[in-house]
Write a protein that binds this ligand. Structure first.
Ligand SMILES: Nc1ncnc2c1ncn2[C@@H]1O[C@H](COP(=O)(O)OP(=O)(O)OP(=O)(O)O)[C@@H](O)[C@H]1O
Length: 328
């Protein structure tokens, strides 16, 4: 049975239109003008317990709005949503005990106090007894490798340590469902890897369900077998990460090292020139013409090296978003 379920979920935001200056303010006061932004349009998906799902989309696609509806921070304009059997917007205590929302750009820990003090407050909020609290802090801080950092003021922690302490605070009540909005934002590569490893470990140990947004594809490829792609508020793909290639990348990348430098114009007839640097060039070639194009290149130029590869997943997703492809 799905633990997260949405059916035709939509959100429309009203936005006031006001001219600048005093005249605009007065005129707005008497004749309010509004326009509507369809941030999320008829989005339907189901997630089973224990799944780790990547939620991808360009800026403004509707990811945060969807996460807010799933956690009950905002009310949907239309459609149904159920998380752990609850209607999120009712914000019942037993619902809130089973979920958590972590936003990479927002923090819940008190800046001037040690993280431990904020963890004590969270323990009281969630009604954890002392023994449970002590056990969970010890367990999570070991998994996150931040033992010894929890007693110094949060402002003195590095960004990576702060994010780990935020995760610890968000998971103290041992939620079943984790909504993570850019949990690795701004972290250096080592901290990103360690947060990623922690999330994998947490998912396996507690069979937690994770819905994760990230602009770092490495997070998605390392953690998620399945991805949801949202574009202009619409779900355009729901499936395996590997299936993205078949669906959205009907082309291959051909890298050639030529004996003589060639102009971009000359190479354009073989495919889309992605990059050209002296004798090195990268071309994007449609899959169905690959054999013919490669033979033609070998016939027309003296070629020292040639490799054919799948384009990187980031590039495929970038292309999908730029072209606004729709679900087939
Ligand atoms: N409170 C609001 N009032 C009006 N419009 C909003 C509001 N919140 C978001 N929007 C608009 O809704 C659309 C979706 O925004 P949302 O924050 O959900 O996107 P996102 O995919 O999370 O983007 P990002 O990756 O940049 O965080 C955008 O056009 C945004 O400007």
């Amino acid at each position: 049975m799905p633990i997260i379920e949405t059916e035709q979920l939509s959100k429309v935001y009203p936005v006031s239109l006001k001219e600048p200056g005093l005249k605009g303010t007065l005129s707005h006061f008497f004749h309010r003008k509004r326009r509507w932004i369809e941030a999320v349009r008829s989005v339907s998906f189901q997630i089973e317990p224990g799944e780790v799902v990547g939620f991808l989309g360009p800026n403004g696609a509707g990811k945060t709005t969807t996460l807010k509806m799933l956690t009950g921070l905002i009310h949907p304009s239309q459609g149904e949503v159920k998380v752990v059997g609850h209607t999120p917007f009712q914000r019942r205590a037993d619902f809130l005990h089973q979920i958590t929302l972590v936003m990479g750009q927002k923090q819940q820990l008190l800046w001037d106090l040690p993280a431990m003090d904020s963890l004590r407050i969270n323990a009281a909020v969630y009604g954890l007894d002392h023994a449970t609290w002590t056990h969970r802090v010890a367990q999570l801080s070991e998994m996150l490798e931040i033992q010894g950092k929890l007693n110094q003021p949060v402002r003195k922690l590095s960004l990576g340590e702060r994010m780990k302490a935020e995760l610890l605070a968000a998971l103290l009540h041992q939620p079943q469902v984790l909504f993570l909005d850019e949990p690795t934002l701004g972290l250096d590569v080592n901290a990103q890897v360690s947060v990623r490893n922690f999330l994998r470990d947490y998912n396996q140990r507690f069979n937690a369900t994770i819905l994760l947004t990230s602009h770092y594809m490495a997070d998605i490829t390392a953690l998620c077998d399945r991805v949801l792609l949202i574009h202009c508020g619409e779900l355009i793909y729901d499936g395996e990460l590997s299936g993205l290639l078949d669906r959205f990348a009907p082309y291959r990348e051909v890298a050639v090292e030529l004996a003589q430098p060639q102009s971009e114009q000359r190479l354009e007839r073989y495919g889309e020139v992605e990059e050209i640097n002296g004798c090195q060039a990268r071309l994007i070639v449609r899959r169905e013409t690959l054999t013919q194009t490669v033979s033609q290149l070998l016939a027309d130029f003296k070629i020292l090296d040639l490799t054919v590869s799948d384009p990187p997943i980031e590039e495929i997703i970038g292309r999908v978003f730029r072209s606004g492809a729709v679900l087939g």
